[in-house]
Write a protein that binds this ligand. Sequence first.
Ligand code: ADE
Length: 225
Amino acid sequence: MMRIDIISAVPDLLTSPLQTSIIKRAQDKGKIYIQVHNLREYAFNKHKQIDDKPFGGGPGMVLKPEPFFECIEKLQKEREYDHIIFTTPKGKVFNQKEANRLSLAKNILVVAGHYKEIDDRVREKFATDEISIGNYVLTGGELPALVIIDALVRLIPGVLNDSEAALLDSFQDGDTIEAPNYTRPADFRGMKVPEVLLSGNEKEIKKWKEEQSKFLTEKWKKLNN
Ligand code: ADE
């Protein structure tokens, strides 16, 4: 079973998404074990202080190194981690290939910074992977952590009901976009489902899906380059 530990100063941000829908079901089915660790519980002084002013000046606060070291070293005594992921806009931009790679791991630790930054000695000491979910800045690493975990969990065999669903997805087969999907009614307010999908002709349907996929992939490439 894959195990994911997450360290966060704002664990509440993670609670509901991890206890809902497919990620919840994956845990209930014993496909994955996810444990959230509240950074504040590893604060070393009685004020439970986890941040401080940056050396050299500048705005904002920096998350102190000690609570991270305490927490990560405790977890490392319990097991070996294949990846210690730091979510940061400075990292490698996440994609399906990265998700596939990480989904093969047994133990993953995700360290999510919040507001300003984490004291860089934490990253230097522990990070094996620094991952950004895109070239924009969020208030913290919790949503990126959830994005990464969601992308991983659905790749674990037995998590999705229809195990084919993951393989046929957009991006799973290189940078390829899948054909549009429709369900009943075939005519909704005059908007009709493409005739070929109602034909029952499997060969024609396959051809249509391939054409659509090719067209949408070209369109996507123009949008993104
Ligand atoms: N933290 C803040 N912004 C981020 C981003 N784009 N990706 C990962 N972590 C982040």
